[in-house]
Design a protein around this ligand. Structure first.
Ligand SMILES: CC(C)(COP(=O)(O)OP(=O)(O)OC[C@H]1O[C@@H](n2cnc3c(N)ncnc32)[C@H](O[C@H]2O[C@H](COP(=O)(O)OP(=O)(O)OP(=O)(O)O)[C@@H](O)[C@H]2O)[C@@H]1O)[C@@H](O)C(=O)NCCC(=O)NCCS
Ligand SMILES: Nc1ncnc2[nH]cnc12
Length: 306
């Protein structure tokens, strides 16, 4: 498995038989927070929060995103602990639901009410749970998807979320459907792009930006649909495709197209927050020191483009 430079795996503990040990709950939580931090620090990202400011968000900035990521560390730790001691089933799903809802409250306390990482906590929470006890990446993702598909009878009926409204209106699968399907935009889109670019010697941040752009060019992001409808989603997807067609973030013309897209997304208040979450999920999977190497996920790049 090729890792982008600086991905940090390789110093994992060894067990007596010579193979690497399963990552501890503390390490999984640390890796999840690190993935969130590295996504936040990456830039320039079109429409998203980075070192330059809040992007399309007038209520967020980089320090807020970093504080939110740090506040979620004990939540990820509790998710990993629960997943280590409980067999995969409805009981664990309901415990994760409880931890996830408590995590949403932790995040909102840390950000004074701003929704920085709700979607990321969902995706990374499931992937942390899947990784606890998995031998390799493929098994980790499969376990996460199975957990997402299980019923959570304790989920309180509340007001319709923005994502639910967008899903009903536009018939898209949203954050929940992405997880149940086994995170296709992470596993079949972002990760192969990151790894191909890493293998070809691309600069780490360029590889990450191009992976983000590829997800943006394909994803039905309910964050975008909620704010800008179908027209907004078209602007995001076409704009991201254009940056890649111009050569991506590592070329002069690709970079000019990226900055142009950034200006347009900011002026229309369009945030590709779901794509940001899924890039963080890809970084997480790439940084986990899995006990066994896997030759990817066994799935080839799928036709997500509609
Ligand atoms: C399953 C839940 C995530 C709930 O999902 P639902 O769709 O019902 O609700 P939303 O609250 O809308 O959250 C979905 C967020 O997921 C991200 N997202 C969007 N599209 C996709 C996609 N196709 N695939 C994957 N992920 C996607 C996106 O998150 C980002 O946007 C958020 C910021 O949005 P923003 O519009 O700025 O803020 P708002 O305050 O919401 O609106 P404004 O008024 O400001 O416009 C930010 O969080 C980004 O991360 C979507 O927003 C899940 O929460 C759930 O059910 N949890 C229960 C607990 C649980 O079971 N947990 C288990 C694991 S621990
Ligand atoms: N960098 C970012 N900016 C805004 N929303 C996000 N959701 C996930 N990452 C984000």
């Amino acid at each position: 498995m090729t890792r982008p430079p600086g991905s940090g795996a390789g110093d994992e503990p060894m067990i007596a038989g010579g193979g690497p040990a399963a990552p501890s709950a503390a390490l999984l939580a640390e890796t999840a927070v690190r993935a969130l931090r590295e996504e936040a620090l990456l830039g320039p990202k079109p429409g998203l929060v980075d070192h330059r400011g809040g992007g399309a968000h007038d209520d967020m900035d980089l320090p807020l995103l970093l504080a939110s990521a740090e506040a979620l560390r004990p939540v990820f730790r509790a998710v990993a602990d629960a997943s280590e001691r409980t067999a995969l089933g409805v009981g664990l799903r309901e415990e994760l639901g409880r931890l996830g809802r408590a995590g949403d409250r932790v995040m909102l306390r840390a950000t004074r009410g701003v929704n920085t990482h709700r979607g990321a906590l969902w995706a990374l929470g499931l992937l942390v749970a899947g990784a606890a006890g998995a031998r390799d990446e493929r098994e980790g993702v499969r376990r996460a998807a199975r957990l997402a598909a299980l019923p959570d009878r304790r989920m309180p009926a509340g007001a319709l979320s923005n994502g639910e409204r967008a899903r009903r209106r536009h018939g898209v699968r949203g954050a929940r459907g992405e997880a149940v399907a086994g995170f296709p935009h992470v596993v079949d889109v972002a990760l192969p792009r990151l790894r191909r670019a890493g293998a070809a010697g691309a600069e780490r941040d360029v590889a990450r930006l191009d992976a983000l752009l590829e997800v943006m060019s394909l994803l039905d992001d309910t964050c975008v649909l909620h704010r800008g409808g179908v027209e907004g989603l078209r602007m995001v997807r076409r704009g991201a495709s254009r940056v890649l067609a111009e050569g991506g973030a590592g070329t002069d013309s690709g970079r000019a197209a990226l900055m142009d897209l950034d200006r347009r997304l900011r002026s229309h208040r369009l945030s590709p927050g779901g794509s940001g979450d899924l890039l963080a999920a890809a970084l997480f999977l790439d940084m986990v020191p899995w006990p066994e190497p896997s030759a990817g996920t066994g799935r080839e790049v799928v036709a997500c483009r509609r």
